[in-house]
Design a protein around this ligand. Structure first.
Ligand SMILES: O=C(O)CCC(=O)C(=O)O
Ligand SMILES: [Fe+2]
Length: 381
């Protein structure tokens, strides 16, 4: 090949010129080759640089949400993560909130979780559909007693009020329309008296229990604040999201108390009457039963992921209920994490609250919890 090139070069030389010394030929050839070699190297160099820049951009834009996803839920402070400073009006590409989901792996799988200093809890997968975990010793016996006593101190109200059977005559005398009765009885205006309209008797109440709400912010009992921190660590959700969710709901069921099969939120509370009544009567026929044990937490997702790090469809498998209490009293404490299905709306909500908090005195926590506050916009995770 080289020889051929030499030949060509020699053929093109003007005959009058003296023949070039042999040692110059390699110089000419080397000069031509260097230039093309240089060009090739430069092209590759540029392509390489562009690739590196593209890679850096990719890493940069993919790192944002991941940093928040691991927003250090294990460091113990609920106030570390401030809500996003600004929310892009329509772009979904700059999401600053991300909802991680714990992996279930398989039924029976146990993973260690760090919820409190110097102690490791075990979280056992009880079900994959819905994704459900059990955490024994989530609260100590003493902490359980504190929660019960605080609830008693605050006072509990009947979870679902129906017309007492002996006062039905009164409502007839007043000639109240079904709507008027509904509005009268729906004390918290949560729209959960559908059964009343259908004339369901007291014994068929969807929920037969007593409840109260315990605020968990600063200035409240240490056990309540700790409980919320544990929920944040356990779920690995952004602390700001957990903080803005409903307070702790403490529920007491007396003997005969129950909560029929339901979804915790969504368009209809009750699936259908057959499910409703069957679940009460045949609670033991449910796919999964968890025996209530003092201090044991059960944690599950009511909503599936949308595949993009936010909540998606309601998980139909999350239909659940509280079986009839056959003896004694059952106490439970519910912590729902409320998530707006609309990411932008949730982000705006958080931004608004953080702005209000900045304006308020940090000590001012006198705002009463309004149980209707989340009903329209939020759904429970
Ligand atoms: O009492 C139970 O075990 C279930 C309670 C429940 O599902 C609820 O309060 O939404
Ligand atoms: Fe529920």
């Amino acid at each position: 090949m080289m020889e051929t090139q030499d030949d060509v070069l020699e053929e093109q030389e003007i005959p009058t010129l003296p023949t070039l010394p042999r040692e110059r030929v390699p110089l000419q050839k080397s000069s031509v080759c260097s230039r093309s070699y240089f060009m090739v190297v430069m092209v590759f160099f540029h392509v390489y640089i562009i690739n590196v820049i593209a890679l850096l951009l990719y890493v940069h834009y993919n790192n944002g949400p991941r940093e928040l996803r691991t927003a250090n839920p294990s460091s113990g402070s609920n106030n570390r993560q401030t809500p996003p400073a600004s929310v892009p009006p329509s772009s979904e590409s700059h999401r600053s909130l991300y909802l991680p989901r714990i992996e279930g792996i398989r039924v029976g799988h146990v993973q260690k979780v760090s919820l409190v200093p110097n102690k490791v809890h075990e979280m056992r997968t009880l079900s994959l559909k819905p994704l459900l975990f059990e955490i024994p010793g989530f609260l100590t016996e003493e902490e359980c007693s504190v929660v019960v006593r605080l609830a008693q101190l605050k006072g509990l109200s009947e979870s679902q009020v129906m017309v007492p059977e002996d006062q039905e005559e009164l409502t007839e005398q007043l000639d109240l329309s079904p709507e008027e009765i509904f509005n009268l009885l729906d004390l918290n205006q949560d729209g959960q008296l559908q059964l009343q309209e259908r004339g369901v008797k007291r014994s068929q109440l969807v929920r037969n229990s007593w409840h109260t709400w315990l605020y968990q912010g600063k200035g409240t009992h240490q056990v309540l604040q700790t409980l919320r921190q544990r929920v944040t660590r356990l779920t690995r959700l952004p602390p700001s999201l957990v903080e803005l969710s409903e307070p702790l709901q403490v529920v007491r069921y007396e003997q005969g108390g129950h909560y029929h099969a339901h979804h915790d939120s969504g368009p209809s509370l009750i699936q259908n009457d057959v499910d409703l009544l069957d679940t009460r009567k045949h609670c033991d026929k449910g796919n999964l039963r968890v025996k209530p044990t003092k201090g044991t937490a059960v944690f599950w997702y009511n909503y599936l992921s949308d595949g993009k790090g936010w909540v998606g469809e309601q998980d139909e498998y999350s239909l659940h209920g509280g079986c009839v209490v056959t003896r004694g009293t059952k106490w439970i404490a519910n912590n729902w994490i409320n998530v707006d299905p609309d990411y932008q709306r949730q982000a705006r909500y958080q931004q608004l609250v953080s702005q209000q908090q900045e304006q308020q005195s940090p000590e001012d926590h006198s705002t009463e919890y309004d149980p209707n506050q989340h009903n329209d916009l939020h759904q429970d995770l």
